[in-house]
Ligand binder design. Structure first.
Ligand SMILES: [Zn+2]
Length: 480
């Protein structure tokens, strides 16, 4: 008996030693090149151009009748005045649905780079803003306005970087395309039309860069340093309606379950049975990169995922939801519910809607199936209202990814560059049909508070942050 216990104790010690040794050797990879040079350009002119772009009220709406087309025309007409070098050097064409495409011809005919942004913005709730949203007020080193972050900063950043480099006499090694859409916020077809153009011409990009991750802090357990997160895939999205019909009637003599009660039960079932978690390649790469920079306790966890992934799910995800949870599974958020219009009337029909973000391991079909199985009530009709499958997953062992990573690490010195999974949708998903080198990075360093102003109130950008975007594109273009 004593020998057995002793043997078990020795085994346990060996096992703990194994975990600790794995964690102790789980060191940062340092595989990103950092350029040491400084990039000098005219910062004031960058900001004054961005201000001009913000003053165009390019608000896109699902209902086209609400749009002010003159504001879009105003912005397009401004571009040759703001970026004259770009217009004399690059080929320019407009494609349907407000797509703008520039081709900056390189010295060689290798695979080109594609730099994307959108110049439409979401509507504002003007009463809730501390400063007018379309006047581009510059105060204390901060430029205020809708679109400053999303994404006129990168739209103007790409063009300002090119304007600067052309002025310096620079020509890229290979072609660089600037691909802009004016309807990203309403799922417009501008970006898709550009992708179709590339497909028809048989042009295969070496890399596509669009909005996505950013340089952020306090987003990963145990990591204090800023992280430059490059999205290598994005989750899918679907809106699902659940409805149930009954005879309705007066509320004074109800049946045991009203339509609202039946839907509530369905809602509780779905919430109580989250989708299965998966550590997909983008998330595995994120854990493997940032985990190595984490505190020792988390190093033990992230270097031994085979053992701890269930614990991560139980303690970091299922309990508190949030960002890590969204990275690991398909999420379901119930957003709308509708019943009777009067307090004393049982509705003949009640409905609710969930907005879902699909993990790369799921798709629309499999998610619908899971919902039906989980609700398991044939009086509840479950209907797909709108859906997009998850994007293709881009590769990271290629020059395209390395160049983006180098530009990030050189612009924000000391940040940890890592691939990740984007939980929002962007125009870049359309490129999946012709490329597995699509990278989602919004060239900014943002606090949590600043990120909350995107699509919210008081959107604004620090002048320094807007200039870093230009520096990022200069560094990227120089490698293209
Ligand atoms: Zn947006």
């Amino acid at each position: 008996m004593g020998y057995v216990l002793l043997a078990l104790a020795v085994l346990l010690l060996c096992f703990i030693a194994f975990l600790v040794i794995k964690a102790a050797t789980f060191n940062p990879k340092n595989n990103v090149t950092v350029q040491e040079n400084e990039e000098v350009f005219d910062r004031d002119v960058v900001i004054s151009r961005l201000a001009e772009l913000v003053r165009c009220k390019t608000v896109s709406y699902n209902d086209k009748a609400l749009e002010d087309n003159a504001e879009f025309e105003k912005l397009i007409a401004l571009l040759p005045k703001l970026y004259p070098n770009v217009f004399t050097t690059c080929e320019y064409k407009e494609l349907p649905d407000r797509a703008l495409l520039f081709r900056w011809q390189g010295k060689n005919d290798g695979e080109p780079a594609v730099l994307m942004a959108h110049y439409d913005v979401v509507p504002v709730n003007e009463d809730m803003w501390d400063k007018p949203p379309f006047e581009a007020i510059l105060e204390d080193g901060v430029l205020w306005g809708r679109g400053t972050l999303d994404t006129k900063v990168t739209f103007g950043g790409v063009l300002s970087a090119a304007e600067h480099l052309i002025e310096q006499g620079f020509t890229p090694e290979n072609d660089i395309y600037f691909a802009f859409s004016g309807g990203e916020e309403v799922n417009g077809n501008g970006a898709l039309n550009i992708v179709n153009y590339f497909e028809e011409k048989g042009i295969n990009p070496a890399m596509v860069v669009d909005e996505g991750g950013a340089v952020v802090e306090n987003v990963f357990p145990g990591v204090k340093a800023p992280c430059g997160l490059i999205g290598i895939a994005e989750k899918g999205m679907m809106n699902v309606e659940y409805s149930t019909k009954t005879a309705g009637g007066h509320a004074s003599a109800p049946k045991p379950h009203t339509p609202v009660g039946i839907l509530s039960k369905a809602c509780c079932k779905v919430e109580a049975h989250p989708f299965k978690y998966h550590i997909t390649p983008p998330v595995a790469k994120l854990f493997d990169t940032l985990g190595r920079h984490s505190s020792f306790v988390f190093k033990i966890v992230f270097s031994n995922l085979w053992l701890f992934k269930g614990l991560i799910d139980t303690f970091l995800c299922k309990k508190s939801g949030g960002e890590i949870n969204a990275l690991m599974r398909t999420t379901v958020a119930f957003t709308q519910m509708e019943g009777s219009s009067a307090p004393n009337v049982i509705p003949p029909k009640a409905a609710m809607v969930s907005n879902m973000r699909l993990n790369p391991m799921d798709n629309i079909e499999s998610a619908m199936e899971y919902l039906k199985k989980t609700v398991n009530d044939n009086t509840v009709e479950i209907k797909l209202l709108h859906g997009m499958n998850p994007s293709r997953i881009s590769v990271t062992d290629c020059e395209g990814y390395d160049k983006v990573a180098t530009a990030v690490a050189s612009t924000w010195r000391g940040c940890i560059v890592s691939p990740y999974l984007m939980v929002q949708c962007s125009d870049s998903r359309h490129w999946g049909k012709i490329s597995d080198k699509v990278y989602r990075f919004s060239a900014m360093d943002l606090t949590a508070e600043e990120r909350a102003t995107i699509h919210g109130n008081n959107e604004r950008i620090r002048v320094d942050c807007a200039c870093r975007a230009v520096e990022f594109y200069i560094r990227l273009m120089k490698q293209c």
